[in-house]
Design a protein around this ligand. Structure first.
Ligand code: NAG
Length: 611
């Protein structure tokens, strides 16, 4: 949900609106303001007036150009100067002060210029939701027809066959191996002896609530908070890929690495769920404090509070995703990673957590408000339905299937992402009983993401769902397309479409770079990632340090280009250049799918690059 701000409709000004204070602590606070574009904007200025003096102010989407203790003037960065009519740019900042009780203030925005639309294609008006323009790119390749539901192509004969498997335009196995290393670089806690990331060491080993150990898990993104909602989503999406495309991992020689990788968050979830108390921990670390620190996790010393859902502070969304991670983990360790004792432990936790989830329905971010600014949830039926569907797949017990069907929220999903797991439920339920609603929603989703559908495209062919991390939505949808292909939904078309998206990410784009760090010869050098950007030999480091990140964050998929295929490799641009567990999860499972189909001789020829 976005905050709705009332505006004078005839001007590109926001006059004296209140600054949104998100978080505050002894020595400072975190706030946001919104640059709303009523018309096309080229450059903007924000004037912040605080009720009490501020000693310094950190902001990434702008530069402080002048200030007095109470009045701070911020100007746009080069990369966020241009806004389309309807765009809302939310600007976060951290203010440092001492002895502030109730920080507050107002802001005024001045937008400059009203130049005409440039670039290819028209921009139509936009909703308040995303502020993005309409789909303007016309596909240069023939659009597949999306009407049929049954396989129109024989997957074997439509592929480019050879005795060693289908030809691959890019080495998906290599990209897969790199992505595993990204997750290993996100590890929190005491690292194992076989840690494959040379620049990472132990960190946050004292994460706990009172005496209850909560160390482990994955850092969320470029920061060091452990947010369980996206972590659990990422975990089951990776597990799903491991289950369905295990032969892809084997063909790439990556199965052992993958089993090691996926056990890390599962060990942590087993600590988070306390059945004897009916409590599930869902976050460790305070977003505001964490984001005010730019340094390596190994050198981090701030306090890291833990937050939980209970029978009174309900959160069936995050609990549901954790059930899915545990239940899918059971299948992975039983069938793919051969560790039966561990698998059984996961299943037992999944069962009790499912009971808790079903009995305590609610939206976690309404109670755990510390999560709201970062991973706010708008619904929980999708996660609960998906959890029940995984429980059915794990146990074969009908009661779970009945639940999954009754909780299923029908409709065409906006995307597949940490806040919307509908497509997980739809595909698992379709696999269970070929039900009509599931088939309809899967097809409607896939059609909406095609060049003929309503989701926008960049001119060079990336499906562009949102300005914030478009690569992730494209990769997630590519994974769904490959899963659908495996279930028999227009396999050749769906594989070709998935290839078009993954190939864009690996090099078929305007800049001819790989958006996956470490793949090929040209890739991002300045990802927004604290640990990667700070040398291991110093404790002094800043987001604006010159030069490329000293530690190579292999495998990280960065956010992605703007809607005209432009991208800047800037560390301070966390919209385009951050990495995150949930960005890589669908991407990695899609890579496993492509490698899997290649190993089965059923990968079609890659569509031509559009740029
Ligand atoms: C998920 O987040 C996106 C981006 O903010 C939003 O547009 C979409 O509606 C959200 N989906 C759900 C189900 O809340």
């Amino acid at each position: 949900m976005r905050v709705v701000i009332l505006l004078l409709s005839f001007a590109a000004w926001t006059n004296g609106a209140s600054i949104n204070i998100v978080n505050s602590w002894d020595q400072g606070f975190q706030g946001t303001f919104i640059v709303h574009a009523n018309h096309e904007v080229h450059g903007w200025t924000a004037e912040l007036n605080f009720d009490a003096p501020i000693t310094s102010l950190e902001v990434w989407k702008g530069t402080v150009t002048s200030h007095t203790p109470t009045k701070w003037v911020i100007e746009n960065m080069p990369w966020d100067a241009d806004l389309s009519a309807g765009d809302d740019l939310t600007v976060e900042f951290i203010a440092h002060a001492s002895g502030l009780q109730n920080p507050s203030g107002t802001y005024t925005i001045k937008g400059a210029g009203t130049g005409s639309t440039t670039g290819s294609g028209t921009q139509t008006g936009s909703g308040t939701q995303t502020g993005s323009g309409s789909h303007t790119a016309s596909p240069t390749t023939a659009s597949p027809s999306n009407s049929g539901t049954t396989a129109k192509f024989d997957p074997i004969t439509s592929g480019t066959s050879s005795t060693g498997g289908s030809t691959m335009k890019y080495d998906y196995g290599e990209a897969l191996g790199l992505s595993i290393l990204f997750f290993d670089a996100q590890r929190s806690g005491k690292l194992p002896a076989n840690n494959p990331i040379p620049w990472r060491g132990d960190s946050a080993v004292d994460d706990a609530d009172g005496g209850h150990d909560l160390s482990g898990g994955w850092y969320d993104a470029g920061d060091h908070v452990k947010f369980n909602l996206p972590m659990a989503f990422s975990t089951w999406v990776l597990e799903w890929g491991l289950l369905e495309f295990a032969d892809g991992y084997k063909a790439a020689g990556q199965l052992d690495m993958a089993c090691d990788m996926i056990k890390w968050p599962l060990d942590y979830f087993l600590k988070c769920w306390v059945p004897s108390k009916n409590e599930l921990y869902v976050q460790v670390g305070d977003g505001g404090q964490d984001h005010s620190y730019w340094g390596r996790p190994e050198n981090m010393h701030m306090s890291r509070p833990a937050y939980k859902v209970t029978t009174s502070c309900k959160g069936s969304d995050v609990a549901g995703d954790t059930v899915s991670a545990l239940a899918a983990g059971y299948l992975v360790f039983k069938d793919v990673c051969s560790n039966t004792a561990y698998a059984n432990k996961l299943l037992s936790a999944a069962k009790s957590l499912y009971t808790f989830t079903k009995a305590n329905r609610g939206i976690y971010s309404q109670c755990v408000t510390q999560a709201a600014q970062f991973y706010s949830s708008s619904g929980e039926k999708d996660e609960v339905s998906t959890a029940a569907a995984w429980m059915y797949k794990a146990t074969g017990e009908d009661k779970y299937l009945t639940d999954a069907e009754s909780f299923y929220p029908a409709g065409t999903p906006w995307g597949f992402a940490w806040n919307d797991s509908n497509l997980g439920a739809a595909l698992l339920l379709y696999e269970a009983n070929q039900g009509t609603p599931y088939k309809r929603d899967i097809e409607a989703f896939l059609n909406s993401y095609r060049p003929t559908g309503y989701v926008p495209y960049t001119p060079c062919g990336l499906v562009w769902r949102d300005q914030w991390g478009p690569n992730r939505y494209a990769a997630n949808a590519a994974f769904i397309a490959l899963m659908a292909a495996k279930e028999g939904f227009s396999p050749a078309e769906n594989k070709e479409w998935a290839l078009s998206q993954i190939n864009y990410l690996l090099g078929d784009n305007k800049l001819h770079i790989s958006y996956e760090i470490g793949f090929g010869s040209k890739y991002p050098q300045h990802p927004h990632h604290r640990g990667s950007s700070c040398s291991t030999t110093t404790t002094q480091c800043s987001i604006s340090d010159p030069g490329p990140n000293p530690n190579l964050l292999k495998g990280g998929l960065v956010g992605g280009p703007d809607k005209s295929d432009n991208y800047d490799d800037r560390r301070d641009d966390y919209v385009k250049n951050e990495v995150a567990c949930d960005y890589n999860a669908g991407f990695q499972s899609a890579l496993a799918g492509l490698r899997y189909f290649a190993s089965k001789n059923s990968l079609p020829t890659a569509p031509a690059a559009q740029c």
